[in-house]
Unconditional design. Structure first.
Length: 98
């Protein structure tokens, strides 16, 4: 009976560890998808060839640039990817590195 109890505890602990690892993997995949979506959004905003023709449009473009920079800093800080070894060699490394 004691042996079976010990075996049940070991099996339960092993299953808990595997579930934890699986959940961590799912969270990682969701974070990667979030980063990818964010980067595509930023790329589409950066690609435009807007130029200021007067003071008003120049001020609007400066505000847009400031929003993009703040968004970039927020994303980096929120996701904590500055030193992530998972990004090593990825196409996002240069944009997200500190």
């Amino acid at each position: 009976m004691k042996r079976q109890w010990k075996e049940l505890e070991d099996t339960t602990a092993d299953k808990g560890d595997r579930l934890f690892d699986a959940n961590r993997h799912v969270l990682y995949e969701q974070s990667v998808d979030d980063i990818d979506g964010w980067m595509k959004d930023i790329e589409s905003q950066i690609v435009t060839e807007d130029v200021g023709h007067d003071l008003t449009t120049v001020n609007l473009l400066v505000q847009k640039q400031n929003v993009l920079e703040v968004s970039h800093l927020y994303c980096r800080a929120r996701l904590g990817v500055c030193q992530s070894p998972l990004l090593a060699g990825s196409k996002w490394q240069s944009l997200l590195s500190c």
